[in-house]
Design a binder for this molecule. Structure first.
Ligand code: CTP
Ligand code: MG
Length: 237
């Protein structure tokens, strides 16, 4: 089946601090979003990329992609996003033509994902898995707490066994009908789902994990941007 990639890029990037929307901020002199689009386009299986832009930034994002020398052999469309990541993914998915049987969903905020990770996720879906997520073991021990006000001590509820935990990344890969059904059925609360595979789990369908990559980390806070610049400099050396 043909493979399309949806790239949600409509977030403001509040945790990164004041400035342009996160996907448009520079990394190595190039917008974060352009890195992410390049990473997905490099995957042989991917023939269409749908970028989900801030609703007031569709024309700007279109111009940005047109002026950054991306290969014309692959189609790139730009659509307007919504108020939550979940809504943005739903809007992006609606722009994928029916003949695409596999959809990858990739955060624009993960600009340095290696093409090998993209290939591995696409291959696992093509091999028959309905939903595939790349993930890594955790370095830190994780505790469940009763959340309190910022700064207040929080009672610990449990310490899940670290060896059984994985930190999930993107691209997450799906049979198209499975992702569409999840977005039809699972209704958003508050910020919406932070993870597309979690919505598939709620449908009761199996989700599998394949190895992620440390360079597929999400640029979330200012320190992540420092790390991303360093990774890029190492690649260019
Ligand atoms: N996203 C989106 N539409 C939204 C919110 C988020 O397309 N309404 C996208 C972001 O652009 C990002 C990805 O979802 O590529 C992952 O979200 P996150 O890292 O949380 O980015 P932001 O929501 O922009 O950051 P923050 O939560 O700090 O504001
Ligand atoms: Mg967010």
């Amino acid at each position: 089946p043909a493979v399309a990639a949806v790239i949600p890029a409509a977030g403001r990037g509040v945790r990164l601090g004041p400035g342009a929307p996160k996907a448009l901020r520079a990394l190595g002199g190039v917008p974060i979003l352009v890195h992410a689009v390049r990473a997905l386009i490099q995957a042989r299986a991917v023939s269409l990329v749908v970028v989900v832009a801030p609703a007031d930034g569709v024309a700007e994002v279109r111009a940005l992609l047109d002026s950054n020398g991306l290969p014309e052999s692959k189609e790139i469309t730009v659509v307007a996003g919504g108020d939550s990541r979940q809504e943005s993914v739903r809007l992006g998915l609606a722009a994928v033509p029916d003949d695409f049987g596999v959809v990858l969903v990739h955060d624009a905020a993960r600009p340095l994902v290696p093409v090998e990770t993209v290939d591995a996720v696409a291959a696992a879906v093509r091999a028959g898995a309905p939903a595939v997520v790349p993930a890594l073991p955790l370095a830190d021990t994780v505790k469940e707490v009763v959340p309190g006000a910022a700064g207040d001590p929080e009672p610990v509820v449990a310490t899940p066994e670290r060896a059984r935990l994985r930190a999930v990344q993107t691209p997450q890969g799906f049979r198209r009908d499975v992702l569409a059904e999840a977005h039809r059925t699972i209704t958003a609360e508050g910020e919406g789902a932070t993870d597309d595979a979690g919505m598939v789990e709620q449908l009761g369908l199996p989700v599998v994990v394949v190895p992620g990559h440390e360079e597929a980390f999400k640029v979330t806070r200012p320190l992540d941007l420092v790390l991303a610049e360093a990774v890029l400099a190492r690649r260019r050396a």
